[in-house]
Design a binder for this molecule. Structure first.
Ligand SMILES: *[C@@H]1O[C@H](CO)[C@@H](O)[C@H](O)[C@H]1NC(C)=O
Ligand SMILES: *[C@@H]1O[C@H](CO)[C@@H](O)[C@H](O)[C@H]1NC(C)=O
Ligand SMILES: [Zn+2]
Length: 446
């Protein structure tokens, strides 16, 4: 006990000696959030970059802080990770957690924390703390307590941003078994997708397609659970229909890695609604309730990025004094989940004749209809839960970079994963993954 007190005093002393405490644990208005991000950027100019991906309806910048040792630059085989929060403007815990996390990581990097340094040396990490700053300001400035349950949820045009993405689930539902279920944005355009996109949605869609994101989480509030694809049911059932994605086991692995590292998400009886039971603190999205047009499935179906949705607690806009508690509960889970961007298999795909990057290729796992496209530098990152897999490269499709998809013919993007005659497979064992350095390297010359 005496030792505990000494350690506590020491850590307080360290914080005071640095002239500022690590964590400014309060709600931050849009202006204060901007200042906070600028502060972190100023403290760690070599390990961070502040940029905007567009503007909200009311003209607020959608600010992203990038952390890592190569800000603004892709480096070969360095994966991109993202956290997005506050998409529903009145769900605010994730926003504050990302601010603190950014400050924490920047300070710890400078302090020589090896775990944080390793993560930041090997990963491009992007935080969008507020995807819906207009909704946030509305919720923050609501004059009375308690705030109404959904006040500030939508953007300034009254649109729920998590229903405003192209409904790629509807497309995926129509794809015959075994055919490709990735990079579907082209299909939606073809199907005459005239849905009006909000500026916040548009900005995030472009951002998703522009970067080589591998792993992501979307931070919400109102329940306590880690939710994974698919989010929408194919049979139209609104609740209780488990809609498996081709990567069900990998998504369960990723979602569990958050829930079990969280202080109580995976424990019994933590769901906010008495009728809900989430085994191990995770749920298939459609099994919980069906969400067409959501961001999570857009990531998975339009890009190489795997995204899950995290509900961080029952209270959407909790009292300020409870915020440190949320940090304690989520800190390890947030760090642990980020490190999972280094799981599975990665490598280079090179043209055997010319030695050039084979950016037209698709990396295929036998028995899995979800392909991963090779980047223009010839890299791929294939997240997978621990296990034995057969992996190969398919040249069936001739598209490369995500942006180039838009005008391609639909049929060209299908391949038949059941037809292994077109593809030579190699056995790879994916071990239990503990973060940077754990991705299995497998290069291909084709
Ligand atoms: C991270 O990179 C920096 C800069 O190259 C280096 O000084 C540091 O030792 C690295 N830390 C770890 C844990 O790899
Ligand atoms: C598999 O592909 C080969 C080569 O393109 C083709 O001849 C064969 O008919 C296909 N088999 C099936 C079952 O689709
Ligand atoms: Zn939400």
């Amino acid at each position: 006990m005496g030792r505990g007190i000494i350690v506590l005093c020491l850590s307080l002393f360290v914080e005071l000696a640095m002239g500022q405490s690590y964590l400014d644990m309060r709600h931050h208005s849009y202006r204060e959030m901007k200042e906070y991000l600028q502060l972190v950027n100023n403290i760690c100019p070599e390990q961070s970059r502040l940029y905007s991906i567009g503007k909200s309806v009311q003209g607020r910048d959608l600010l992203v802080l990038e952390l890592g040792t190569s800000p603004g630059q892709d480096q070969l085989l360095k994966p991109n990770f993202k956290y997005v929060a506050n998409m529903h403007g009145n769900e605010v815990v994730g926003k504050e957690l990302l601010l603190w996390l950014a400050h924490y990581m920047c300070q710890e990097y400078r302090n020589g924390n090896e775990e944080i340094q390793l993560l930041m040396n090997t990963t491009r990490i992007h935080f969008l703390p507020s995807m819906n700053p207009d909704g946030y300001e509305a919720a923050l400035n609501y004059p009375r307590e308690p705030k109404p349950y959904t006040y500030g949820r939508a953007n300034a045009n009254g649109q729920d941003l998590n229903r405003n993405f192209p409904d790629l689930d509807a497309t995926a539902c129509q794809i015959p078994n075994g055919q490709r279920t990735d990079h579907l944005s082209v299909l939606t355009k073809r199907a005459g997708d005239n849905e009006e996109r909000q500026p916040e949605t548009e900005a995030v869609m472009n951002w998703i397609l522009r970067h080589k994101f591998v792993l992501s989480a979307n931070l919400h509030g109102g329940d306590l659970v880690a939710n994974y694809p698919y989010d929408a049911s194919c049979n139209g059932q609104e609740m209780g229909h488990y809609q498996k994605s081709p990567d069900d086991s990998t998504f369960r692995y990723l979602a569990s890695s958050y829930s079990t590292a969280h202080a109580r998400m995976s424990k019994k009886g933590q769901a906010c609604d008495a009728g809900e039971k989430f085994k191990n603190g995770i749920t298939n999205g459609a099994d919980w309730y069906s969400v067409p047009g959501g961001m999570q499935d857009f990531n998975y179906l339009a890009s190489n990025c795997f995204e899950i949705t995290l509900e961080l607690g029952c209270d959407k806009f909790p009292k300020e004094e409870t915020l440190p508690q949320y940090w304690q509960e989520n800190k390890n889970a947030l760090l642990n989940f980020m490190s999972k961007v280094h799981c599975g298999i990665h490598g280079l795909v090179i043209d055997a004749q010319t030695g050039a990057p084979a950016s037209g290729a698709v990396v295929v796992v036998k028995g899995n209809s979800h392909g991963i496209t090779v980047t223009k530098n010839g890299e791929y990152f294939r997240l997978l839960a621990p296990g034995d897999y057969e992996i190969g490269v398919s040249l069936d499709s001739n598209f490369a970079d995500d942006q180039e998809l838009v005008d391609k013919n639909i049929q060209e993007t299908f391949w038949d994963s059941a037809n292994s005659t077109k593809c030579k497979f190699f056995s790879v064992t994916v071990p239990e993954c503990k973060g940077p350095g754990y991705a299995v390297r497998k290069d291909f010359k084709i």
